[in-house]
Design a protein. Structure first.
Length: 510
């Protein structure tokens, strides 16, 4: 089969790390090639080199058999290479058409909008999509925005597509539609590189799978000749248990009651619309849905970071609605925020300082006037060992940690008994494994399950249905600020869950 892309001996170094170590990689015409690896394995760096965002320190790049030098994304686009990033690069206030033709010289100085619009509509229909070229991007769903990103590349006649975690914001139905479209593109001769952390997806959509580890290629396998267990071993060097042991006593005692909760979002529109939920003792209640349907606002209200305009939040019978974060902390509320670097840590403070952000005021670490640095350092070292935060010492800046270690640091701060007599009674975990590799995600999920076994009630917000099924005792689907239904894992089909996530169906709550 004809090679579209051949990377030979690619080397890329950053201070203190070799991100790509003599990497060879090929993409064939009409092939979907999955690229797997832990965070820091080097896969994103490799694709950024292909797209011209980084320049390799050594190695050669061949496109359709011809050696090329890619100095910028403009060079990549001219060579027929397109990349859809995990965070979409669209301008919300512009129309679909304006986003697609932005920067194109071929459309001329005076744009024939009718002609271009018809071309975009036909291209959209070719892959089973219904995208109106004249609507504004802000009016589109996450799945439709992704389709626009793909149309931008296809309109430029790209031969090579790089997709970075393309299903992270999609419903199951949207995933199926995407896979159908990708297979059609492959049949037309387009080569597709599919970066994902979901092993089931890699096996179901790809023709070949390449695994990277510590900057090197450790395996390239035909999809039909490998398994989840084998791929996991290649990725992290050990097996992972995909069925976590939730062996605990189910509780029928309601501990957290959320009643008729209403709150505004950042835009001033109502983000929570009469939300009703119950979380029992020892229970992990999952919230799934496409991002942007009120999940983050719900977490912020419960953590005291956003004011509600109506409703009740009862913890063991006490209404704590609109309590301050400090009061909630003292009541045993722990918060694991989304986007750990943005919301979860102070990047320029040390690991030690980040650990004690909530505990410095309490004995034995403080006399309210002076900080007992010896006690702080002693406890910090104990906690980073317990939560396996990989770092040379507690005095380094938090920003220097990997994504998985940053999340371990946040877990350590939020869940450790730093304050005498304090235990997490209610844990709000917002996307706690998003962006983490398999081993880091496994650690986070095992830790939360262990805390639920010892009495904590947990609200677990995620976009990943399979993860929710594995971790949670019950699952609620959220759409447009409302709860569409609550069920136990296995009670409702994936198809119906997808319809609920899209707002097309509801379920009597349990």
């Amino acid at each position: 089969m004809e090679e579209l892309l051949h990377l030979k001996g690619i080397v890329k170094k950053f201070p203190g790390v070799v991100a790509n170590d003599n990497v060879d990689f090929t993409l064939r015409k009409g092939e979907i090639h999955a690229l797997l690896g832990e965070n820091g394995a080097g896969k994103t760096t490799l694709m950024n080199i292909v797209y011209g965002l980084y320049k390799p320190d050594a190695g050669e790049i061949y496109v359709e058999g011809k050696r090329v030098e890619i100095r910028s994304p403009r060079d990549a686009i001219k060579l027929g290479i397109g990349m859809v990033h995990q965070n979409f690069k669209l301008i919300p206030s512009h129309t679909v058409m304006e986003n697609i033709i932005l920067g194109l010289k071929d459309v001329g100085f005076v744009i024939n909008r009718k002609k271009v619009g018809e071309e975009i509509r036909k291209l959209s229909e070719q892959y089973g999509w219904r995208i109106d070229p004249y609507v504004y991007v802000w009016q589109l769903s996450a799945g439709e925005k992704q389709q626009v990103e793909l149309l931008k590349i296809l309109y430029r006649k790209a031969k090579i597509l790089i997709l970075d975690e393309p299903t992270s914001v999609l419903t199951p139905q949207e995933c199926r539609n995407l896979f159908h479209a990708l297979r059609k593109m492959a049949e037309e001769g387009i080569g597709i590189i599919f970066i994902t952390h979901k092993l089931e997806e890699a096996l179901s959509i790809s023709d070949r799978i390449t695994v990277m580890r510590k900057g090197k290629i450790v395996a390239t396998k035909n999809a039909w000749e490998t398994s989840i267990e084998e791929l996991t071993n290649y990725m992290i060097g050990r097996p992972v248990l995909f069925k976590l042991d939730k062996n605990k006593t189910d509780s029928s005692e309601d501990f957290i009651l959320i009643r008729n909760l209403k709150a505004y979002g950042d835009t001033g529109a109502l983000a929570l619309k009469n939300v009703n939920l119950t979380i029992r003792k020892n229970e992990i209640l999952g919230i799934i849905g496409v991002t942007g349907n009120g999940q983050q606002e719900l977490a912020e209200v419960l953590a005291g970071l956003r004011k509600a305009i109506d409703g009740q939040v009862l913890i063991d019978g006490m209404n704590i609605l609109n309590y301050s974060p400090l009061k909630l902390i003292e009541l045993g509320v722990a918060y694991i925020p989304p986007e750990p670097i943005k919301y979860g840590i102070a990047p320029n403070l040390t690991i030690r300082d980040n650990l004690f952000l909530k505990a410095y005021r309490y004995k034995p670490y403080s006399s309210r006037i002076f900080i007992n640095l010896r006690e702080v350092e002693k406890k910090a070292e104990e906690i980073i060992r317990r939560f396996n935060v990989v770092c040379p010492n507690t005095s380094i800046k938090a920003r220097s940690l990997s994504g998985g270690n940053i999340q371990r640091l946040i877990l350590a701060r939020e869940l450790s008994e730093l304050i005498n007599g304090w235990k997490p009674r209610f844990i709000i975990a917002a996307y706690p494994t998003k962006g983490l590799d398999i081993s880091a995600a496994e650690f986070v999920n095992r830790t939360l399950i262990d805390y639920s076994k010892t009495g904590s009630s947990i609200l677990y917000i995620t976009e990943d249905i399979e993860e929710a099924m594995m971790v949670c005792d019950r699952i609620a689907v959220m759409y447009d600020g409302r709860i569409m239904g609550v069920f136990k894992p296995g009670e409702v089909s994936i198809e119906k869950i997808g319809l609920m996530m899209a707002g097309a169906e509801t379920l009597t709550t349990s």
